[in-house]
Design a protein around this ligand. Structure first.
Ligand code: ATP
Ligand code: TZP
Ligand code: MG
Ligand code: MG
Length: 265
């Protein structure tokens, strides 16, 4: 059975501590996919919610000290209860505060999957890369080498997204070439993707790398179909059609269109 079917069958609870820009989009995207979103950051309850969830997704997009403490409490509770943790280090490298916070998060808890653009991932592991705000800057380094280095350093799955996506645990690496450039014209498509990775990890039975690769490819397939169906209308219509396709893409359609390549070591 595909991980996509497992997500839809198991309707996993996904605990999100996320930014104010994308909370609604992320919750609707998870619902469309077949997962059950729970957005909560109160210190009094995040440990309880993390413990009962299938995955915890931490996103520093509009960070502040209160939310960082929420993430630390939730992440440590998730670690104690063997619940996978996804970190989206939005804007790491753009300010010293963001970079320092990501270092604190990865040092104080075990992350299961790190998902970001190339510049963000580079800064989480102390490498330099050009970054502009929350969007990836330019740069021409070796993205696969960076992903592998980050995965080995953090002992987790690393997902670097862009035109092509790299997914690695440090020993096995996949490159996914699904997706559509219009995804870069809708804010929060990276953040929702991190939440979708959380849903797939929750349904993976511990096959983190394979579930993450399928999540990334599935998301790209949904975007391709949505872009095709809304190309006469524009990005507003794409956003809605994308939510539709997160619900409508079947495992069969996904299997036909999926483009995942396993790299030789
Ligand atoms: P950024 O802030 O740099 O836009 P992000 O966190 O929004 O980063 P992206 O790297 O844009 O995340 O990834 C979100 C989704 O968009 C992924 O599915 C990725 O494959 C897809 N994507 C990004 N750029 C392109 C592109 N040029 N062509 C096709 N798909 C893309
Ligand atoms: N500002 C702070 S968080 C955020 C913006 C615009 C959303 C970023 O979303 P994404 O998914 O990284 O494009
Ligand atoms: Mg983006
Ligand atoms: Mg992002």
């Amino acid at each position: 059975m595909s991980f996509l079917s497992k997500v839809r069958d198991s309707n996993p609870l996904v605990h999100n501590i996320t930014n104010i820009v994308v909370a609604n989009f992320s919750a609707n995207g998870l619902l469309a996919l077949g997962a059950s979103p729970f957005m909560a950051d109160a210190h009094e309850e995040v440990a309880d919610i993390a413990a009962m969830s299938g995955a915890v997704v931490l996103n520093i997009g509009t960070l502040n000290d209160y939310a960082i403490d929420s993430m630390l409490i939730a992440g440590l509770a998730a670690n104690r209860h063997h619940v996978p943790v996804v970190l989206d280090p939005v804007g790491a490298g753009a300010t010293a505060y963001r970079t320092e916070v990501t270092h604190r998060l990865v040092n104080q808890m075990q992350i299961t999957a790190l998902r970001g653009n190339v510049a963000e991932v580079a800064h989480v592991v102390g490498e330099s890369w050009n970054i502009k705000g929350v969007d990836a800057g330019t740069g021409d380094g070796d993205v696969v080498a960076l992903a592998v280095k980050a995965a080995l350093k953090l002992n987790c799955v690393v997902i670097i997204t862009g035109k092509e996506d790299v997914i690695t645990d440090g020993s096995t690496t996949y490159v996914v070439s699904n997706g559509h450039p219009v995804l870069t014209k809708v804010t929060g498509t990276g953040c929702l993707l991190s939440a979708v990775v959380g849903a797939f990890l929750a349904a993976s039975g511990g096959a983190w790398l394979e579930a993450a690769a399928e999540a990334i490819s599935f998301y790209g397939v949904a975007a391709e179909i949505a872009a095709n169906r809304s190309c006469q209308q524009g990005v507003g219509s794409f956003q809605i059609e994308f939510l539709n396709q997160l619900a409508l893409v079947t495992p069969e359609v996904y299997a036909e269109r999926s483009r995942i390549q396993r790299l030789e070591q």
